[in-house]
Design a binder for this molecule. Sequence first.
Ligand code: 13P
Ligand code: SF4
Length: 308
Amino acid sequence: MTINEMQAEIIRLKKETNTAILVHSYQSREIVEIADYVGDSYKLSVDAKGIDADNILFCGVHFMAETAKMLSPQKRVFLANKNAGCPMAEQMDRDMIAKIKAEDPDRTVVAYINTTASLKTVCDVCVTSSSALKIVKAIDNDKILFIPDCNLGGFVKKKLPQKDIKLLNGGCPVHSSVTVEELEKAKAEYPDALVLVHPECIPDVVEKADYAGSTSGIMDFAKKSSAEEFIIGTEISIVQHLQYECPDKKFYPLSSKIVCRDMKLTTLPDVYNSLKGIETGGAFEILMSDELIAQSRKCIDEMIRLGG
Ligand code: 13P
Ligand code: SF4
């Protein structure tokens, strides 16, 4: 089967099984093309809430599919590749945070959405990279514990000096691998280009960038800017998507290392096989107890309330 034939089959199967396909922007072009909803983690969370379909097939990583399940518990939710996890989401667990919370109970616990459902049960509010600043600002408490990403948390802390934000030592191994030397090298190579980075990068890299923002923030900035060249400091697929959407501009990766292996695990055949497996048990379904859904979704609802 060619890619086009497989895409046509996927479109037929999603109608036949009444499935909506949610795709994170770090997925490849051929998967983006068969999506019903594409976006960053905040947009997909909001989309998941209002979907009118029996099933959701998520192309992204595990915590994102879990979030979709929390927000659409009456639907069956599937992850296109069962091995796609986010290493940052596994860095801290519920018992560790519950203990820290017990020792410092006055702080509002703000969890980056890149966390497990189990950990979310002991957090007060979630944020994504596009909503973190707005939500932390809106919280009616100046004392905050921000987990797990100390780079994103540090970015928020710098912008909101009026808040007392405690950070822990976690982060994205992919974005935080980018060095200032790589940034300087890219700038020397493309002196007319603006540097746009994700706040999961280390502070020294963020400080030297022309713009720091979420995946959708970076894409919007590049599309609206009158500049013609951009060095992109987030997952490499964003370079490809932007180049496709803005053929008259030029996009360069800040580093060839910014490849999220987990996001790249999902292939078009995974999507096809998952749709075929929905009725036969061959697809990977996200199964959560009613209690876990009820406890973990509170901080997602709070995120949507404060970020909306
Ligand atoms: P966004 O919130 O920008 O979608 O980022 C998700 C993510 O995993 C970044 O690495
Ligand atoms: Fe997780 Fe980083 Fe991959 Fe995003 S890019 S899914 S934070 S490992």
